[in-house]
Design a protein around this ligand. Structure first.
Ligand SMILES: C[S@@+](CC[C@H](N)C(=O)[O-])C[C@H]1O[C@@H](n2cnc3c(N)ncnc32)[C@H](O)[C@@H]1O
Length: 244
């Protein structure tokens, strides 16, 4: 008998092993499950909604690599403001670059997935989890960490409808428009990375930057197609990313 206490999954949590169990609107995602989580078969947990937002592992790893290379050394904490089921959080923790990864998620069932999935990847040791609203936590409990931190945020994009827009309007993004995200995170840190739809309106991204602090935009691709972009606000060594 093992000495470990078995985790109890909240009722919304699933691990689908057979296609016949999978709801129709998730089947497309499920067929890519091993690309989303290479360790899926080891018992990855997701809620039905979390499938739509999770960052596929190769993209999460690439972003983690880029942040590790480009963020100034004195920034030792990474805050993942919207941890979801853990796609990005796990990659950041595995990179070994951060003294601590703070992962915030407001949905308790989704947070349970992230914690469980991080264990599967052996990545949980340097993650601190928070259940709650990231904006409130950054203004209160975490506020003193600001000078040592970068914020990575992969906000909800308002559902799969974003795909049909030729240019995605970031100011009507729901429930958190771009200006709101940027304003809130700027109060906490001067290094902000936003993970956004590939068709995001670049003029809206540029408008937030000033002459001292540029914005750099980087697309993240799989099989020759952009999956999403990251907008880097602040003083990042982008040349180190470009060398990779
Ligand atoms: C796009 S998903 C993040 C996916 C994540 N990067 C991953 O790879 O699994 C956005 C998540 O933000 C959570 N969320 C929404 N508003 C939040 C808030 N104010 N504070 C913290 N989490 C929030 C949602 O519950 C959802 O799980």
């Amino acid at each position: 008998m093992s000495g470990e206490i078995e985790e109890v999954a909240p009722p919304e949590v699933r691990h689908y092993s057979e296609r016949s169990e999978v709801p129709w609107d998730i089947q497309n995602y499920w067929s890519q499950r091993h690309r989303i989580f290479s360790k899926y078969e080891e018992g990855i947990w997701l809620t039905d909604d979390a499938w739509f937002g999770v960052t596929p592992e190769p993209v999460a790893n690439k972003i983690a690599e880029h942040l590790a290379a480009s963020v100034p050394k004195e920034k030792v904490v990474l805050v993942d403001a919207f941890a979801g089921a853990g796609g990005n959080t796990i990659a950041f923790a595995k990179s070994g670059r951060w003294k601590r990864v703070y992962a915030i998620e407001k949905n308790p069932a989704v947070l349970a997935c992230a914690k469980h999935n991080a264990k599967i990847y052996g990545a949980e040791a340097n993650i601190t989890w928070f259940e709650g609203d990231c904006f409130e936590l950054l203004r209160t409990q975490l506020k003193d960490l600001g000078p040592y931190s970068v914020v990575f945020a992969s906000p909800p994009w308002g559902g799969p409808g974003y795909r049909s827009d030729e240019i995605f309007n970031l100011q009507t993004m729901e429930p958190y428009p771009l200006n709101f995200l940027y304003k809130e995170y700027s109060l906490f840190s001067r290094h902000i990375i936003l993970f956004l739809p590939r068709t995001s309106d670049l003029r809206q991204l540029a408008k937030l930057a000033d002459t001292k602090e540029n914005v750099n935009v980087r697309h993240y691709c799989m099989e020759g197609a952009s999956k999403a972009l990251c907008a880097y606000y602040g003083n990042f060594s982008m040349e180190k990313i470009n060398q990779q």
